[in-house]
Structures are given as structure tokens and as C-alpha cells.
Design a protein around this ligand. Structure first.
Ligand SMILES: Nc1nc2c(ncn2[C@@H]2O[C@H](COP(=O)(O)OP(=O)(O)OP(=O)(O)O)[C@@H](O)[C@H]2O)c(=O)[nH]1
Ligand SMILES: C[S@@+](CC[C@H](N)C(=O)[O-])C[C@H]1O[C@@H](n2cnc3c(N)ncnc32)[C@H](O)[C@@H]1O
Ligand code: SF4
Ligand code: SF4
Length: 556
């Protein structure tokens, strides 16, 4: 997976130093004068956050399987949700710092009765775009009022064109599908010059991937853009890699029916990759959060319905603006909380398979009270939620001197985001000692289970790729090369395995090389054990590593 971070960063913001009393306002103020965009909203990777997503409701009139856990979600008492006045205050503050795009989401935002009033006040802030993302059920009733209150971008979610299937996906009767469809049809016609219209479709293998081309066909005559969303993992949604249909698979499916399906240029900070079919009115887009993240151009921050600022969709780090506001915080104090949180934003999400293992709010709540929440007043976002999560706060805030242990003695993954990206290489070795008979069978390729050396070589490569899943505090890394060589040593009757791993990243690959050698050795054991168990695996060791702060070479 390519990391777009480096190329997309227009300029690096200077790092804000930790100060003992926690007040960094002065430092932010000084940076305001030199940065081209708000210092509070520019992260240390140079990303300028001009897009704010505000969730205004945790409730929903659907129960989509990919979004809501089956048992539902605990709702925050309404007194703890942001009031319209608080929503508007937060939006105004962000707008004062350069946010020019706000999208209202949820839960289902149309369930919020004061929504048109909120939008009217957003409209007075001279934003470039005021969007809403809705399941569309209440659109037939509310569309005219939404338009007149100033909405400029309506995204409607619909995952199937078959009413009966809608029941399976949304756990609500097919009659609800007809309401959504009516809303879509109304939106296609009503005041089209006033707002853009997109249809969001989460694609799941074996559920609705057979409808991809039917959705594409909708773009022929109608002014609607269809966006296919890769299925993402959130707490409780039983995500399974087998159900995730990748962007590339979807493009391949569409090209079978529409061979001239054309890729368009994408603005660098857009969530979707855009395509069109010549002659069609609408476009087709893909939101590839899983197979090709777009974190390098991320310009998004979000406010949850209970008033937490969440700097990344896939991060647990949250800071309560609600508590701060209700404790009487001034706008400056709020800005400094926001600035601190933005500074801690990590360059990208944890990678597809790691995301599936992370705890995060269910999607419906990203948009109550939850065990993962951190309040600004309790701690400075501390280190106790580092479960392979790149959005966990930096280890620089810990008082512990042990890098893999936090202040409470719990294991933590070291924050390497400050380290330099360099090309790093490591070579590791392992030896498998065999009996005479077994050694001969391996050498003659006569083992019953198959070609031992080839299988072990592939196992070694696979092992390297899985290292971060096996070693708890090991960082997931992009591997650019893994080489596993197996040499038969006739004198010592052993197989010597040498594994090389290479990356260009912020941390090294010795664990990958060691894992490759070890897994290859275990595979030889497994392939040969039927001939006797007098097999030993010895001398698993690092031979050399280079490219990091300290190079190493084993003296032999
Ligand atoms: N990885 C990632 N995915 C996001 C983010 N924001 C939105 N998405 C994905 O985009 C999907 C559609 O989101 P929408 O609410 O329609 O917002 P949008 O795509 O930003 O809307 P536009 O303003 O039309 O670009 C969501 O379901 C997510 O799958 C984000 O910040 N990170
Ligand atoms: C959480 S919903 C909130 C707004 C509104 N209720 C709706 O459905 O449009 C926002 C978007 O997130 C998408 N979404 C929810 N869970 C998802 C998941 N697991 N993977 C990908 N997209 C998801 C929905 O399809 C929808 O387009
Ligand atoms: S995706 Fe939207 S409509 Fe479906 S359950 Fe989640 S919040 Fe509700
Ligand atoms: S996963 Fe996080 S960093 Fe990546 S695009 Fe989404 S919000 Fe931005």
C-alpha cells in the first residue's frame, strides 16, 4: 500500500514542544504568523484541516449490519449531547480558523428536530460547502426545508436496489427502501442547481456486489454520482476480510460491462477516486479507505454527537470539547485543546488487518458515552489505549522511562512517528538440524508432504509479512523485499536459512527477518516430523541490520 503522506504534505509544521504547565497557546500564536493555514488546524505532517464533520445524533431509524452491532449501542443521555448552540459555537470556532466545509452526519442526522436551524446558522458562516449525509428515509418530508436552510451537498446512503435485500442489510422492512428511493428521486429533480447529490453504497461480498453495475447504470441519465465504499471494520460490525470487496475488484467488475470506464483526476484531499463512463451524466467514485488509504491528503476532523473531537476516523484518541465548553472554557482555551489534539494526529491509519483488530466506536457513534473516551480534564490524552493504533497519543507524554511500558506499567507500542523514513534492511539466520535419513529425503526432494525447501521458503516470506500480527508491540511496516534462501549443508546435515527483509520506513525490519527465518524453520520441522522428531532448530540470530540509527553486523 502506498503511503501518500510524504508527497501530499505541502509543508511541515514545526513541532510544538511539550511544556510542563500544558499551556501551549503562546507557541500556537507564534506559529499562526508563519504558517499559511491555522496553526491549530495544521498537524505535524503538514496537513491542513479545513473539513469538519459534525455528528448531530447517535440515534438511527435503520440498523445497518455494517454500522451497528446487533445488540444496538448504548445511547448518551440527551443532556450530554451537544445542543444546537454548542454545535454552532464549535462550527464557528473551526470556521474562524479556516474550515470551509462542514458535513452533518450521525447516526441519522434527519432525526434531529432542530437540524434546519443549525444549518441556517452554518449558512451564515460563509462556508464553501454545507453537506449532509443521510439514509434518506426522512428526505421526502424534509428535503425542501433542508434546501431552503442552505444545504449545498447531499449524500444519501443506499446499498441495494432490491427492497427485499434492504431488509437484510438494514434490519428494517422493505417499505423503508421505498421511502429512501422516493427521497432520491425528489432530490434528483428539486432545485438541482442548489446542491450536489451523491449516493453512498457500502459494498459487501456475497451481499450486494452483484448489483455494482446496476448502480453504475443509474448515472446514465440522472445527475447523481454513485460512490462505492469499501467495507470498513468498526467495533461490533463483524468485519471479515472475505466480505471486503476492494476498489480494484469493483473496477474490474465494472470494466467487464463498461470497457471505457475512465479514471478522472482526483483533487489530492478527496475521499473518493473518481471515474466516468463517456455519455453518462453522473460520475462513479470509490472510497478506498481499506485497500488504498488516502490519509496523506486527510483534511478531516470530526465532532461526535457527545461533543468529542476525534482527529481520525480510526483513532481512539478523543478530547471533550463539550466538557470544556460546559466548564466555561474560552474560545482560546478550546483552540488550544483542538491544536494539541491535531498535533497528535498520526500520519495514517493502522493498515487494513490491524484496523480489524482495533477497538473503535461503532460507526454509528462516530458521528456516547463509551469506554474509550478520554476527557481533556481527566488526563492529557494518555497512553493507555495503544492497541496497534497509530492514532494513539505519542509516547512523549509518558512519565515512564521504558519505551514499551506506559506510566501504569502496561505494554505500549512505541511512537516512531518522529523517526526518519530511511531504507532499512535486516538479515537473519536459523539452522535446522536433521537426522541422516531425513536430511537425505529433503535433499532428494522425496518427503511425502512435498517439496520441503520450496514450501519453507514461501512460509518464510509469508511469516515476514505477518510479523506485526504475531509480535504484540511490533509496528506494521510496508515490506519492499523479502528474500528467503535455504542452503543444504551436507557436512553438518542441516538446512541453513537466511532471510532478508527490506523496507523504507520509520523503523527497522529485524523482527521481520527473524520471523521469516523462524517460520521457514518451523515449516521444515512440520514437513519432516513424520520421519522422526530428532529435529532441532538452533542459532536463530540477527546477522546484520542497516539503515537505522545504529547499524549492526554479527561478528562471525
Ligand atoms: N478513511 C476515512 N474514510 C472516510 C472519512 N470520512 C468519510 N469517509 C468514508 O467516506 C464515506 C462517505 O462519507 P460521506 O459522509 O458521504 O462524506 P464525504 O465522502 O467526505 O463527502 P463529500 O463531501 O461528498 O466528499 C464514509 O462512509 C466513510 O467510508 C475519513 O475521514 N477517513
Ligand atoms: C454512519 S453513516 C451516518 C449518516 C447516515 N445515517 C447514513 O447512513 O448516511 C455515514 C456513512 O458511513 C457509512 N458506513 C457506515 N458503516 C460503514 C462501514 N463499516 N464501512 C464503510 N462505510 C460505512 C454509511 O454507509 C454512510 O454512508
Ligand atoms: S449507516 Fe447510517 S443508516 Fe445505517 S445504521 Fe449507520 S447511521 Fe444508521
Ligand atoms: S483514516 Fe484518519 S488519517 Fe486516514 S483519511 Fe481517515 S481520518 Fe484521515
Amino acid at each position: 500500500m502506498e503511503d501518500a503522506t510524504a508527497s501530499a504534505s505541502p509543508r511541515l509544521a514545526p513541532t510544538v514542544k511539550e511544556t510542563r504547565n500544558g499551556s501551549r497557546l503562546e507557541e500556537f500564536r507564534m506559529k499562526q504568523d508563519v504558517l499559511p493555514f491555522s496553526a491549530f488546524l495544521t498537524d505535524k505532517h503538514g496537513r491542513q484541516h479545513n473539513y469538519l464533520r459534525i455528528s448531530v445524533s447517535e440515534r438511527c431509524n435503520l440498523r445497518c449490519t455494517y454500522c451497528m452491532p446487533e445488540e444496538g449501542v448504548p445511547l448518551t443521555p440527551s443532556s450530554k449531547l451537544l445542543s444546537a448552540t454548542e454545535v454552532v459555537r464549535v462550527a464557528k470556532l473551526f470556521a474562524s480558523q479556516g474550515v470551509d466545509k462542514v458535513r452533518i452526519t450521525g447516526g441519522e442526522p434527519l432525526l434531529r428536530k432542530d437540524l434546519p436551524r443549525i444549518i441556517e446558522q452554518l449558512h451564515e458562516m460563509n462556508l464553501k460547502s454545507i453537506g449532509i449525509t443521510t439514509n434518506g428515509i426522512l428526505l421526502p418530508r424534509l428535503l425542501p426545508e433542508l434546501i431552503s436552510s442552505g444545504v449545498t451537498a447531499i449524500n444519501i446512503s443506499l446499498d441495494t436496489l432490491i427492497p427485499q435485500k434492504f431488509e437484510k442489510i438494514s434490519r428494517r422492512p422493505p417499505s423503508a427502501w421505498y421511502k429512501v428511493w422516493k427521497g432520491i428521486k425528489m432530490a434528483e429533480k428539486l432545485d438541482p442547481q442548489k446542491y450536489t447529490l451523491k449516493l453512498n453504497c457500502v459494498v459487501q461480498g456475497g451481499i450486494n456486489d452483484d448489483e455494482i453495475c446496476d448502480f453504475v447504470a443509474l448515472t446514465k441519465d440522472q445527475r447523481i454520482d454513485i460512490r462505492f465504499i469499501e467495507y470498513m471494520p468498526f467495533s461490533g460490525n463483524k468485519w471479515d476480510v472475505a466480505k471486503m470487496v476492494s476498489y480494484q475488484q469493483m473496477v474490474d467488475t465494472i470494466r467487464k460491462v463498461y470497457p471505457d470506464f475512465q479514471k478522472l483526476e482526483d483533487p489530492w484531499n478527496h475521499t473518493a477516486k473518481a471515474f466516468r463512463i463517456p455519455g453518462h451524466v453522473g460520475q462513479v467514485g470509490f472510497i478506498t479507505s481499506m485497500s488504498e488509504h488516502f490519509c496523506g491528503g486527510c483534511n478531516r476532523l470530526r465532532i461526535t454527537a457527545d461533543g468529542n473531537l476525534k482527529v481520525c476516523l480510526f483513532g481512539n484518541a478523543e478530547v471533550s470539547l463539550r466538557d470544556a465548553m460546559r466548564d466555561g472554557a474560552s474560545d482560546e482555551k478550546l483552540l488550544s485543546l483542538i491544536g494539541d489534539a491535531v498535533q497528535r494526529k498520526h500520519p495514517k491509519h493502522a493498515g487494513m488487518l490491524n484496523l480489524a483488530k482495533m477497538e473503535n466506536r461503532p460507526m454509528i457513534l462516530i458521528g456516547g458515552h463509551h469506554q474509550l473516551l478520554r476527557s481533556f480534564s481527566t488526563t492529557k490524552l494518555d497512553n493507555n489505549n495503544n492497541n496497534n493504533n497509530p492514532d494513539s497519543p505519542s509516547s512523549t507524554t509518558t512519565s515512564s522511562s521504558l519505551s514499551h511500558v506506559d506510566s501504569r506499567g502496561k505494554a505500549q507500542m512505541v511512537d516512531v512517528s518522529e523517526k526518519k523514513v530511511t531504507t532499512r534492511e535486516a538479515v537473519a539466520e536459523a539452522t535446522v538440524n536433521l537426522s541422516h535419513e531425513t536430511f537425505q529425503a529433503v535433499a532428494d526432494n522425496k518427503m511425502k508432504k512435498g517439496d520441503v525447501l520450496t514450501v519453507a521458503q514461501i512460509a518464510g516470506i509469508m511469516g515476514a509479512k505477518h510479523t506485526s500480527n504475531l509480535i504484540p508491540l511490533c509496528h506494521p511496516l510496508p515490506l519492499h523485499k523479502v528474500d528467503v534462501n535455504l542452503e543444504l549443508n551436507y557436512e553438518r546435515r542441516c538446512v541453513i536459512i537466511r532471510a532478508l527483509a527490506k523496507t523504507t520506513a520509520m523503523t527497522g525490519v529485524e523482527m521481520e527477518a527473524l520471523t521469516a527465518a523462524t517460520v521457514a524453520a518451523l515449516t521444515i520441522y512440520d514437513m519432516c516430523k513424520a520421519m522422526g522428531h530428532s529435529i532441532t532448530i538452533t542459532d536463530i540470530k540477527l546477522i546484520k541490520k542497516s539503515g537505522g540509527k545504529s547499524d549492526y553486523s554479527l561478528k562471525q
